[in-house]
Every structure is written in structure tokens, then in C-alpha cells.
Design a protein around this ligand. Structure first.
Ligand code: PEP
Length: 247
């Protein structure tokens, strides 16, 4: 079965009520490739606003979720609260949360287990730093991240992997199509060897890191690139070009 192309927009900690309504209107009015699954992740404060105004057929993601059912966890949001609000996806393991907020591979894995088993789709992020790439450790870093999540996940059907080299995030320095394809192929190979042929074949692997309206078409041609996770450009009208990059 062919993997459906997937484009996620990560707004990070950006936007106002008005600017987010403008982004939603732009998406509602656009001609989007019907063969693409589109998910946008506004800041938590705006999740309900986006869900209320966004057209059917585009899903909404949180940028994080906690790995406890409910209760005394000040500042956190639960899986059941996302479901109650019709928020069907979450990003987890973004490098900004790993590096700035100190989330370990194990914390990310635990959240991924909790969300995916609770019926929320997870855009699970992995990626290497510039130093790790330059010292030839890219694949081993990603394999370590994959092993930590795989140790806790039995069912991969609610998980999409986003390969996001840290040196490419928000820097304007995009990985070449060949660099991205090499890592995507290594991820698929790892899934085949360590999970199953079926999971390797069916799991979507997105590329993220300075994707824009100009570079998306080249990246989208690679056989193991099944979509994008887009930061900065998801706040701009060119997000539509990225969604339509296969056309
Ligand atoms: C991201 O934050 O997931 C991302 C890929 O950011 P950018 O597209 O701005 O590099």
C-alpha cells in the first residue's frame, strides 16, 4: 500500500489570534492536493481556535502532551484533553524540547507510548547535531533515538517519523535531497531489521529543516521522503506550495 504524503506545520511559539486566523483562512481557501494529509500544530493556547475555524479534512496537532492520564501536573495537557477537544495529533521529541527543555530519549518514548496507545497520532522527531554529523555519527544517533522509542512501542500505526537534522532547523540550511534520502533509507532499514517489514514499509518518514516553497519539490521526489514537517514556512502562504509539492 502506498504511503500517503504527509505535511505538518509546526508554528512553535509564534502567532497571535489574528495571525493564526489569517493562516487558517489561507488554508481554508487554498486548493490543496487531496492526496496529502495535512496537520497543523499551533501553540496550545490556540488549539481550540484553530479547530473551530479550520476546515474539515485538515487535522490539528499539539506540540507536546504529557504521559500521565490527568491530575496534579501544572502546566501540562493530557491525551484525553486533546481527544476531548478533537485534537488528533501531537508532535513529540522535537529537538527544541530535547535540547532546551531537557527531554531525554526515554521521556520522549514514554510520551509517545502514552499518546499513540491513547489514540493520538504522533509526529515523532529525531535528528543529529552538526557536531554529530561532522564526526560521522548521524546514523548511530538516530538509531539510538529509534531504539529508545521502539523499546516502548508495540504498535506503530499511529506514528509518523520526522527526521529533522538540528543543524537544518530554522537555519535556512536545508539538507540536500541526497543527504535526507540517505538518512530516511537508514531509518527504514532499521525499522525492517528491528521492528518488522510491514512497519518499515508503511511508516511515513518526513523530512524537516528549512523546507520552503523552493526546495520542497526536489526533496519530495526522493523515494523514502513521505512528506515534511515545516516550521517557519508553515506560517507563510508558501506552506500551500509545500503541501502541493508532489503535483
Ligand atoms: C521544525 O521546527 O520542525 C522545523 C523544521 O523548522 P524550520 O522549518 O523552520 O526549519
Amino acid at each position: 500500500m502506498a504511503r500517503k504524503f504527509f505535511v505538518g506545520g509546526n508554528f512553535k511559539m509564534n502567532g497571535t489570534i489574528q495571525s493564526i486566523k489569517d493562516i487558517v483562512k489561507n488554508l481554508n481557501d487554498a486548493q490543496l492536493d487531496p492526496n496529502v494529509e495535512v496537520v497543523i500544530a499551533p501553540p496550545a493556547l490556540y488549539l481550540l481556535l484553530v479547530r473551530e475555524h479550520l476546515r474539515e479534512g485538515i487535522e490539528v496537532a499539539a506540540q507536546n502532551v504529557f504521559d500521565k492520564p490527568n491530575g496534579a501536573f501544572t502546566g501540562e495537557i493530557s491525551v484525553s484533553q486533546l481527544k476531548d477537544s478533537n485534537i488528533t495529533w501531537t508532535i513529540l521529541g522535537h529537538s527544541e524540547r530535547r535540547t532546551i527543555l531537557g527531554e531525554s530519549d526515554e521521556v520522549v518514548a514514554s510520551k509517545t507510548k502514552f499518546a499513540s496507545e491513547g489514540g493520538i497520532g504522533v509526529i515523532w522527531c529525531c535528528g543529529e547535531s552538526l557536531e554529530e554529523r561532522e564526526s560521522g555519527k548521524t546514523v548511530s544517533v538516530i538509531e539510538k533515538q529509534l531504539a529508545a522509542v521502539s523499546a516502548q512501542i508495540k504498535d506503530w500505526k499511529n506514528i509518523v517519523i520526522a527526521y529533522e537534522p538540528i543543524w537544518a532547523i530554522g537555519t535556512g540550511k536545508v539538507a540536500t535531497a541526497q543527504q535526507a534520502q540517505e538518512v530516511h533509507e537508514a531509518i527504514r532499514k532499521w525499522l525492517k531489521a528491528n521492528v518488522s517489514d510491514e512497519v518499515a514499509e508503511q511508516t511515513r518518514i518526513l523530512y524537516g529543516g528549512s523546507v520552503n516553497g523552493k526546495n520542497c519539490k526536489d526533496l519530495a521526489k526522493e523515494k523514502d521522503i513521505d512528506g515534511f514537517l515545516v516550521g517557519g514556512a508553515s506560517l507563510k502562504p508558501e506552506f500551500v506550495e509545500i503541501i502541493n509539492s508532489k503535483q
